[in-house]
Ligand binder design. Structure first.
Ligand code: DGI
Ligand code: FE
Ligand code: FE
Length: 196
């Protein structure tokens, strides 16, 4: 993608997002670019996916639900009850229709950035992880550990994040998206297979 197109996307995002979310977005984009450098992925593609990952985050629940209706996006039961989960699915669709992204890997990285999914592509992992540990994040206790770990072994960082997210969701009494559990189980089983 040309520099001017990225500029255009940034300008539109600055309009669509509040300033805190916009700063987070830039943090994810640059963190994703750094991870792409480490793991030999296309740096600009990682940057673009990072830019777009939360593009639907500042819409209201109603706006997201209407968007899904209008564009025939399926809304699952858990998404109906927790419409903030929908920002990933709506964001992926907007990335394509509104922001002109035709690269499927980028759209899927946006689509699965909140729950992950089993057998993620490298870009999907990069965005999922960058979202958790970009410089403005400070909530999670294990951040200093994962921030180092991710540059050594991306899958082990992924497992730490998935496990901590599940603990957090359980503690805070949030309903858990079945996809979050599936992702966790997939990567835990994968480790068992590797280590025997
Ligand atoms: O959009 P961000 O805040 O940058 O990050 P995100 O897209 O990972 O969304 C984070 C929120 O999503 C956080 O409050 C936890 C929540 N979340 C992640 N997995 C699940 C979930 N919420 C529910 N209810 N169920 C899940 O499985
Ligand atoms: Fe998000
Ligand atoms: Fe985010």
């Amino acid at each position: 993608m040309a520099k001017s197109e990225i500029q255009k996307i940034r300008k539109e995002l600055a309009k669509q997002l509040d300033s805190k979310r916009y700063e987070h977005t830039l943090g994810v984009a640059y963190t994703a670019a750094a991870l792409a450098m480490r793991y030999d992925y296309d740096i600009m593609k990682a940057f673009e996916a990072g830019l777009l990952h939360d593009c639907a985050k500042c819409m209201t629940h109603e706006e997201r639900l209407n968007y899904c209706k209008k564009n025939n996006l399926e809304v699952t039961e858990i998404e109906k009850k927790n419409p903030s989960l929908l920002h990933a699915k709506v964001g992926a669709d907007l990335s394509n229709r509104k922001y002109g992204i035709i690269d499927e890997d980028i759209c899927n990285a946006v689509r699965f950035h909140t729950t992950g999914r089993p057998d993620m592509t490298l870009l999907e992992k990069i965005i999922f992880i960058a979202d958790y540990l970009e410089p403005h994040r400070c909530e999670a206790e294990d951040l200093p550990i994962v921030r180092k770990q991710v540059f050594v072994d991306i899958d082990s960082a992924l497992r730490t994040i998935l496990s901590d997210t599940l603990v957090f969701l359980e503690k805070s009494g949030n309903e858990i998206d079945p996809m979050t559990v599936k992702t966790y189980e997939y990567y835990i089983n994968q480790e068992r297979q590797v280590t025997g």
